[in-house]
Design a protein around this ligand. Structure first.
Ligand SMILES: Cc1cc2nc3c(=O)[nH]c(=O)nc-3n(C[C@H](O)[C@H](O)[C@H](O)COP(=O)(O)O)c2cc1C
Length: 377
Protein backbone atom coordinates (compact mmCIF):
# COMPACT_ATOMS: atom_id res chain seq x y z
CA UNK A 1 0.00 0.00 0.00
CA UNK A 2 1.67 3.26 -1.08
CA UNK A 3 -0.14 5.50 1.38
CA UNK A 4 2.29 8.42 1.41
CA UNK A 5 5.40 9.30 -0.49
CA UNK A 6 7.40 9.71 2.71
CA UNK A 7 6.64 6.15 3.83
CA UNK A 8 9.22 4.67 1.47
CA UNK A 9 12.45 4.89 3.46
CA UNK A 10 11.69 3.08 6.67
CA UNK A 11 9.33 0.58 5.06
CA UNK A 12 11.91 -0.29 2.40
CA UNK A 13 14.62 -0.64 5.05
CA UNK A 14 12.35 -3.02 6.98
CA UNK A 15 11.19 -4.89 3.88
CA UNK A 16 7.50 -4.27 4.67
CA UNK A 17 4.73 -2.82 2.48
CA UNK A 18 2.17 -1.58 5.03
CA UNK A 19 3.04 1.38 7.34
CA UNK A 20 1.66 -0.37 10.43
CA UNK A 21 3.65 -1.82 13.32
CA UNK A 22 1.97 -4.11 15.85
CA UNK A 23 3.47 -2.89 19.11
CA UNK A 24 5.76 -5.20 21.04
CA UNK A 25 3.74 -6.12 24.12
CA UNK A 26 5.64 -8.22 26.64
CA UNK A 27 3.23 -10.85 27.95
CA UNK A 28 0.58 -10.24 25.28
CA UNK A 29 2.29 -10.38 21.86
CA UNK A 30 2.55 -14.06 20.93
CA UNK A 31 4.54 -15.60 18.05
CA UNK A 32 1.16 -16.29 16.35
CA UNK A 33 0.24 -12.58 16.58
CA UNK A 34 3.59 -11.27 15.31
CA UNK A 35 3.62 -13.83 12.48
CA UNK A 36 0.03 -13.05 11.41
CA UNK A 37 0.79 -9.31 11.31
CA UNK A 38 4.09 -9.74 9.44
CA UNK A 39 2.42 -12.19 7.08
CA UNK A 40 -0.07 -9.42 6.21
CA UNK A 41 2.67 -7.03 5.03
CA UNK A 42 2.87 -4.97 8.25
CA UNK A 43 5.51 -5.43 10.98
CA UNK A 44 4.74 -7.84 13.81
CA UNK A 45 6.64 -7.51 17.09
CA UNK A 46 7.52 -9.60 20.13
CA UNK A 47 8.06 -8.10 23.59
CA UNK A 48 11.08 -9.80 25.16
CA UNK A 49 10.90 -7.72 28.39
CA UNK A 50 11.03 -10.07 31.39
CA UNK A 51 12.38 -13.03 29.37
CA UNK A 52 15.70 -14.79 29.67
CA UNK A 53 17.82 -14.97 26.51
CA UNK A 54 16.86 -18.62 26.03
CA UNK A 55 13.10 -17.96 26.41
CA UNK A 56 13.48 -15.10 23.96
CA UNK A 57 15.31 -17.34 21.49
CA UNK A 58 12.44 -19.85 21.71
CA UNK A 59 9.75 -17.24 20.91
CA UNK A 60 11.84 -15.84 18.02
CA UNK A 61 12.20 -19.35 16.60
CA UNK A 62 8.49 -20.05 17.09
CA UNK A 63 7.70 -16.87 15.15
CA UNK A 64 10.16 -17.85 12.39
CA UNK A 65 8.43 -21.21 12.09
CA UNK A 66 5.19 -19.34 11.30
CA UNK A 67 6.47 -16.64 8.92
CA UNK A 68 9.48 -15.86 6.76
CA UNK A 69 8.60 -12.13 6.82
CA UNK A 70 10.56 -9.60 8.92
CA UNK A 71 9.53 -8.88 12.51
CA UNK A 72 10.70 -6.74 15.41
CA UNK A 73 11.75 -7.76 18.92
CA UNK A 74 11.72 -5.36 21.84
CA UNK A 75 13.94 -5.18 24.92
CA UNK A 76 13.69 -3.09 28.10
CA UNK A 77 16.64 -0.79 28.83
CA UNK A 78 15.66 0.41 32.30
CA UNK A 79 18.18 1.58 34.90
CA UNK A 80 18.83 -0.85 37.74
CA UNK A 81 16.28 -0.41 40.55
CA UNK A 82 17.49 1.10 43.79
CA UNK A 83 16.34 -1.17 46.56
CA UNK A 84 15.08 0.58 49.70
CA UNK A 85 14.04 -2.05 52.28
CA UNK A 86 12.03 0.46 54.36
CA UNK A 87 10.08 1.70 51.33
CA UNK A 88 9.50 -1.87 50.13
CA UNK A 89 8.30 -3.05 53.56
CA UNK A 90 5.91 -0.08 53.76
CA UNK A 91 4.56 -0.90 50.29
CA UNK A 92 4.02 -4.56 51.15
CA UNK A 93 2.26 -3.57 54.40
CA UNK A 94 0.02 -1.21 52.41
CA UNK A 95 -0.91 -4.04 50.02
CA UNK A 96 -1.54 -6.53 52.85
CA UNK A 97 -5.32 -5.87 53.23
CA UNK A 98 -5.72 -6.24 49.46
CA UNK A 99 -4.02 -9.66 49.55
CA UNK A 100 -6.17 -10.53 52.60
CA UNK A 101 -9.33 -10.18 50.46
CA UNK A 102 -8.13 -13.39 48.78
CA UNK A 103 -6.80 -15.15 51.92
CA UNK A 104 -3.26 -14.47 50.66
CA UNK A 105 -0.13 -12.79 52.01
CA UNK A 106 2.10 -10.34 50.12
CA UNK A 107 5.58 -11.67 49.27
CA UNK A 108 8.16 -11.23 52.06
CA UNK A 109 10.59 -9.40 49.78
CA UNK A 110 10.61 -7.99 46.26
CA UNK A 111 12.98 -9.48 43.67
CA UNK A 112 14.07 -7.84 40.42
CA UNK A 113 12.63 -10.36 37.96
CA UNK A 114 13.26 -8.25 34.86
CA UNK A 115 16.88 -8.04 33.67
CA UNK A 116 17.62 -4.87 31.74
CA UNK A 117 19.12 -5.32 28.26
CA UNK A 118 21.73 -2.80 29.41
CA UNK A 119 23.20 -5.53 31.68
CA UNK A 120 22.14 -8.62 29.72
CA UNK A 121 25.02 -9.76 27.50
CA UNK A 122 23.43 -13.18 26.94
CA UNK A 123 20.47 -11.43 25.27
CA UNK A 124 22.85 -9.52 22.96
CA UNK A 125 24.64 -12.74 21.99
CA UNK A 126 21.31 -14.43 21.28
CA UNK A 127 20.10 -11.48 19.15
CA UNK A 128 23.31 -11.57 17.10
CA UNK A 129 22.83 -15.29 16.53
CA UNK A 130 19.11 -15.07 15.67
CA UNK A 131 19.28 -11.74 13.79
CA UNK A 132 15.68 -10.53 13.84
CA UNK A 133 15.03 -7.84 11.19
CA UNK A 134 14.47 -5.16 13.83
CA UNK A 135 15.21 -4.60 17.52
CA UNK A 136 13.49 -1.86 19.50
CA UNK A 137 14.41 -0.34 22.85
CA UNK A 138 12.00 0.83 25.57
CA UNK A 139 12.86 2.80 28.77
CA UNK A 140 16.16 4.13 27.40
CA UNK A 141 19.10 2.99 25.34
CA UNK A 142 21.82 0.37 25.76
CA UNK A 143 25.51 1.33 25.52
CA UNK A 144 26.80 2.71 22.22
CA UNK A 145 28.91 -0.47 21.86
CA UNK A 146 25.77 -2.65 22.00
CA UNK A 147 24.00 -0.35 19.52
CA UNK A 148 26.97 -0.51 17.12
CA UNK A 149 27.16 -4.31 17.36
CA UNK A 150 23.47 -4.71 16.49
CA UNK A 151 23.69 -2.16 13.66
CA UNK A 152 26.78 -3.83 12.21
CA UNK A 153 24.81 -7.10 12.17
CA UNK A 154 22.36 -5.41 9.78
CA UNK A 155 19.53 -5.11 12.32
CA UNK A 156 17.20 -2.08 12.02
CA UNK A 157 16.92 -0.28 15.38
CA UNK A 158 14.06 1.74 16.92
CA UNK A 159 13.78 3.39 20.32
CA UNK A 160 10.88 4.98 22.19
CA UNK A 161 10.85 8.69 23.01
CA UNK A 162 8.19 10.48 25.05
CA UNK A 163 9.76 13.94 24.64
CA UNK A 164 12.26 15.87 22.54
CA UNK A 165 15.21 15.35 24.92
CA UNK A 166 14.91 11.57 24.69
CA UNK A 167 14.50 11.84 20.90
CA UNK A 168 17.70 13.89 20.71
CA UNK A 169 19.59 11.17 22.57
CA UNK A 170 18.13 8.51 20.27
CA UNK A 171 19.10 10.48 17.15
CA UNK A 172 22.63 11.03 18.50
CA UNK A 173 22.97 7.28 19.12
CA UNK A 174 22.43 6.54 15.42
CA UNK A 175 19.12 4.67 15.85
CA UNK A 176 17.13 4.17 12.61
CA UNK A 177 13.69 5.32 13.81
CA UNK A 178 12.09 6.98 16.83
CA UNK A 179 8.85 5.58 18.25
CA UNK A 180 7.06 8.77 19.34
CA UNK A 181 4.95 7.51 22.23
CA UNK A 182 2.19 9.96 23.11
CA UNK A 183 0.53 10.04 26.52
CA UNK A 184 -2.55 8.37 25.01
CA UNK A 185 -0.58 5.13 24.66
CA UNK A 186 -1.39 1.97 26.56
CA UNK A 187 1.25 0.27 28.67
CA UNK A 188 4.39 1.69 30.21
CA UNK A 189 5.56 5.18 29.31
CA UNK A 190 8.92 4.66 27.64
CA UNK A 191 10.48 7.51 29.65
CA UNK A 192 14.21 7.07 30.13
CA UNK A 193 13.98 8.34 33.73
CA UNK A 194 10.66 7.44 35.37
CA UNK A 195 10.99 10.11 38.07
CA UNK A 196 11.80 12.99 35.73
CA UNK A 197 9.05 15.55 35.25
CA UNK A 198 6.75 14.37 32.47
CA UNK A 199 4.98 16.86 30.22
CA UNK A 200 2.82 13.98 28.94
CA UNK A 201 2.84 15.21 25.35
CA UNK A 202 0.08 13.73 23.22
CA UNK A 203 0.86 11.86 20.00
CA UNK A 204 0.03 14.82 17.71
CA UNK A 205 2.29 17.45 19.35
CA UNK A 206 5.05 14.89 20.00
CA UNK A 207 5.22 13.73 16.37
CA UNK A 208 5.22 17.31 15.07
CA UNK A 209 7.88 18.45 17.55
CA UNK A 210 10.14 15.48 16.75
CA UNK A 211 9.81 16.04 13.00
CA UNK A 212 10.87 19.65 13.46
CA UNK A 213 13.87 18.73 15.59
CA UNK A 214 15.23 15.61 13.93
CA UNK A 215 15.57 14.02 10.51
CA UNK A 216 15.30 10.51 11.94
CA UNK A 217 12.12 8.72 10.73
CA UNK A 218 9.29 8.87 13.26
CA UNK A 219 6.83 6.09 14.10
CA UNK A 220 3.70 7.43 15.84
CA UNK A 221 2.28 5.48 18.81
CA UNK A 222 -0.59 6.17 21.18
CA UNK A 223 -4.36 6.17 20.76
CA UNK A 224 -4.36 4.89 17.16
CA UNK A 225 -7.06 2.24 16.68
CA UNK A 226 -8.29 2.51 13.09
CA UNK A 227 -7.46 3.71 9.58
CA UNK A 228 -8.58 7.27 10.31
CA UNK A 229 -5.99 7.39 13.11
CA UNK A 230 -3.31 5.91 10.85
CA UNK A 231 -4.12 8.39 8.05
CA UNK A 232 -3.93 11.21 10.62
CA UNK A 233 -0.41 10.32 11.82
CA UNK A 234 0.82 9.73 8.24
CA UNK A 235 -0.51 13.23 7.43
CA UNK A 236 1.49 14.54 10.40
CA UNK A 237 4.63 13.13 8.76
CA UNK A 238 5.11 9.87 10.66
CA UNK A 239 6.41 7.07 8.44
CA UNK A 240 4.41 4.38 10.23
CA UNK A 241 1.86 3.95 13.01
CA UNK A 242 2.52 1.61 15.95
CA UNK A 243 -0.67 0.14 17.45
CA UNK A 244 -0.75 -1.83 20.68
CA UNK A 245 -4.24 -1.81 22.22
CA UNK A 246 -5.91 -2.46 18.83
CA UNK A 247 -4.13 -5.83 18.63
CA UNK A 248 -5.00 -7.00 22.17
CA UNK A 249 -8.48 -8.17 21.11
CA UNK A 250 -7.21 -10.14 18.12
CA UNK A 251 -7.63 -13.90 18.27
CA UNK A 252 -3.84 -14.39 18.46
CA UNK A 253 -3.07 -12.12 21.46
CA UNK A 254 -2.46 -13.66 24.89
CA UNK A 255 -5.23 -11.57 26.50
CA UNK A 256 -7.38 -13.78 28.74
CA UNK A 257 -11.20 -13.72 28.75
CA UNK A 258 -11.34 -11.14 31.58
CA UNK A 259 -8.88 -8.87 29.72
CA UNK A 260 -10.94 -9.19 26.52
CA UNK A 261 -14.18 -8.38 28.37
CA UNK A 262 -12.58 -5.24 29.87
CA UNK A 263 -11.06 -4.19 26.52
CA UNK A 264 -14.42 -4.56 24.75
CA UNK A 265 -16.55 -3.01 27.52
CA UNK A 266 -18.21 0.31 26.61
CA UNK A 267 -17.63 1.34 30.24
CA UNK A 268 -13.82 0.94 30.29
CA UNK A 269 -11.76 4.03 31.10
CA UNK A 270 -7.98 4.25 31.38
CA UNK A 271 -5.68 5.97 33.86
CA UNK A 272 -1.97 6.30 34.58
CA UNK A 273 -0.64 4.37 37.53
CA UNK A 274 2.75 3.50 39.02
CA UNK A 275 1.15 1.19 41.58
CA UNK A 276 1.24 -1.94 39.43
CA UNK A 277 4.89 -2.02 38.36
CA UNK A 278 6.74 0.98 39.79
CA UNK A 279 6.78 2.85 36.46
CA UNK A 280 4.04 5.08 35.06
CA UNK A 281 1.80 3.09 32.75
CA UNK A 282 -1.68 3.49 31.28
CA UNK A 283 -4.13 0.75 32.24
CA UNK A 284 -7.87 0.13 32.34
CA UNK A 285 -9.18 1.54 35.63
CA UNK A 286 -9.68 -1.10 38.32
CA UNK A 287 -8.93 -1.55 42.01
CA UNK A 288 -5.22 -1.38 41.28
CA UNK A 289 -5.25 1.97 39.48
CA UNK A 290 -7.57 3.40 42.19
CA UNK A 291 -5.25 2.19 44.94
CA UNK A 292 -2.45 4.25 43.39
CA UNK A 293 -4.65 7.37 43.54
CA UNK A 294 -5.37 6.91 47.28
CA UNK A 295 -3.92 9.94 49.18
CA UNK A 296 -2.49 7.47 51.75
CA UNK A 297 -0.66 5.48 49.08
CA UNK A 298 3.02 5.28 50.10
CA UNK A 299 5.88 5.71 47.62
CA UNK A 300 5.86 2.82 45.18
CA UNK A 301 9.15 0.84 45.00
CA UNK A 302 11.23 1.12 41.82
CA UNK A 303 10.40 -0.78 38.64
CA UNK A 304 10.54 -3.75 38.40
CA UNK A 305 10.54 -4.43 42.18
CA UNK A 306 6.94 -3.28 42.59
CA UNK A 307 5.89 -5.46 39.64
CA UNK A 308 6.65 -8.60 41.67
CA UNK A 309 4.02 -7.55 44.24
CA UNK A 310 1.62 -6.39 41.51
CA UNK A 311 1.75 -9.73 39.75
CA UNK A 312 1.42 -11.67 43.02
CA UNK A 313 -1.70 -9.66 43.96
CA UNK A 314 -3.21 -10.25 40.52
CA UNK A 315 -2.45 -13.98 40.78
CA UNK A 316 -4.08 -14.19 44.24
CA UNK A 317 -7.19 -12.37 42.96
CA UNK A 318 -7.35 -14.47 39.80
CA UNK A 319 -7.19 -17.68 41.84
CA UNK A 320 -10.46 -16.47 43.43
CA UNK A 321 -12.01 -15.63 40.05
CA UNK A 322 -11.51 -11.87 40.49
CA UNK A 323 -10.00 -9.52 37.90
CA UNK A 324 -10.11 -6.53 40.30
CA UNK A 325 -6.28 -6.34 40.31
CA UNK A 326 -5.65 -7.44 36.72
CA UNK A 327 -2.74 -5.91 34.81
CA UNK A 328 -4.74 -4.52 31.89
CA UNK A 329 -2.53 -2.06 30.04
CA UNK A 330 -4.55 -0.20 27.38
CA UNK A 331 -4.54 3.13 25.57
CA UNK A 332 -7.00 6.01 25.85
CA UNK A 333 -8.90 4.88 22.74
CA UNK A 334 -9.59 1.41 24.20
CA UNK A 335 -13.33 1.73 23.54
CA UNK A 336 -12.56 1.53 19.79
CA UNK A 337 -11.30 -2.07 20.24
CA UNK A 338 -12.53 -4.70 17.79
CA UNK A 339 -12.35 -8.48 18.11
CA UNK A 340 -11.09 -10.27 14.98
CA UNK A 341 -8.13 -12.27 13.70
CA UNK A 342 -4.93 -10.20 13.36
CA UNK A 343 -4.66 -10.58 9.57
CA UNK A 344 -8.24 -9.36 9.22
CA UNK A 345 -7.47 -6.39 11.46
CA UNK A 346 -4.44 -5.42 9.33
CA UNK A 347 -6.53 -5.74 6.12
CA UNK A 348 -9.30 -3.64 7.72
CA UNK A 349 -6.82 -0.99 8.87
CA UNK A 350 -5.30 -0.78 5.37
CA UNK A 351 -8.73 -0.40 3.76
CA UNK A 352 -9.80 2.24 6.30
CA UNK A 353 -6.54 4.18 5.85
CA UNK A 354 -6.96 4.31 2.08
CA UNK A 355 -10.65 5.29 2.48
CA UNK A 356 -9.77 8.06 4.95
CA UNK A 357 -7.10 9.51 2.66
CA UNK A 358 -9.29 9.19 -0.44
CA UNK A 359 -12.31 10.86 1.11
CA UNK A 360 -10.20 13.67 2.58
CA UNK A 361 -8.59 14.35 -0.81
CA UNK A 362 -12.01 14.25 -2.50
CA UNK A 363 -13.47 16.70 0.03
CA UNK A 364 -10.60 19.11 -0.40
CA UNK A 365 -10.54 18.79 -4.19
CA UNK A 366 -14.21 19.79 -4.25
CA UNK A 367 -13.36 23.09 -2.56
CA UNK A 368 -12.40 25.58 -5.25
CA UNK A 369 -9.56 27.94 -4.40
CA UNK A 370 -11.92 30.88 -4.27
CA UNK A 371 -14.31 29.08 -1.93
CA UNK A 372 -11.39 28.04 0.28
CA UNK A 373 -10.05 31.57 0.46
CA UNK A 374 -13.56 32.95 1.08
CA UNK A 375 -14.04 30.58 3.98
CA UNK A 376 -10.69 31.69 5.46
CA UNK A 377 -11.32 35.46 5.18
C1 LIG B 1 -0.56 -4.54 26.76
C2 LIG B 1 0.56 -3.63 26.34
C3 LIG B 1 1.88 -4.04 26.56
C4 LIG B 1 2.94 -3.23 26.12
N1 LIG B 1 4.22 -3.68 26.27
C5 LIG B 1 5.24 -3.00 25.67
C6 LIG B 1 6.54 -3.55 25.61
O1 LIG B 1 6.80 -4.66 26.09
N2 LIG B 1 7.50 -2.83 24.98
C7 LIG B 1 7.24 -1.60 24.40
O2 LIG B 1 8.15 -1.00 23.81
N3 LIG B 1 6.03 -1.06 24.45
C8 LIG B 1 5.01 -1.73 25.05
N4 LIG B 1 3.75 -1.19 25.06
C9 LIG B 1 3.54 0.17 24.50
C10 LIG B 1 3.40 0.11 22.98
O3 LIG B 1 4.67 -0.05 22.39
C11 LIG B 1 2.78 1.39 22.38
O4 LIG B 1 3.51 2.52 22.79
C12 LIG B 1 1.32 1.58 22.75
O5 LIG B 1 0.61 0.36 22.71
C13 LIG B 1 0.67 2.55 21.77
O6 LIG B 1 -0.57 2.99 22.26
P1 LIG B 1 -1.95 2.22 21.99
O7 LIG B 1 -1.95 1.10 22.97
O8 LIG B 1 -2.96 3.27 22.30
O9 LIG B 1 -1.94 1.75 20.57
C14 LIG B 1 2.67 -1.97 25.50
C15 LIG B 1 1.35 -1.57 25.32
C16 LIG B 1 0.30 -2.39 25.71
C17 LIG B 1 -1.12 -1.92 25.45
Amino acid sequence: MGVTANSTNLLAKLGITVPIIQAPMAGWATPALAAAVSGSGALGSLGLGGMTAENARAVIRDTRSLTDRPFNVNVFCHARPISDPVREARWLAYLKPHFARFQAQPPMTLGEGYASFVDDDAMLTMLLEERPAAVSFHFGLPTSAKIATLRNAGIVLFATATNTDEAGRIAAAGIDAIVAQGAEAGGHRGMFDPVSSDERLGTVPLVRLLLRETSVPVIAAGGIMDGAGIAAVLALGAQAAQLGTAFLTTVESAADPADRAALLSPRSRTAFTKAISGRPARAIENHFTKLGQDPDCPTVPDFPLAFAAGKALNAAAKAHGSSDYAVQWAGQAVRLSRAMPAAELVATLVRETVDAITSLSANFASLSHSEASKSIT
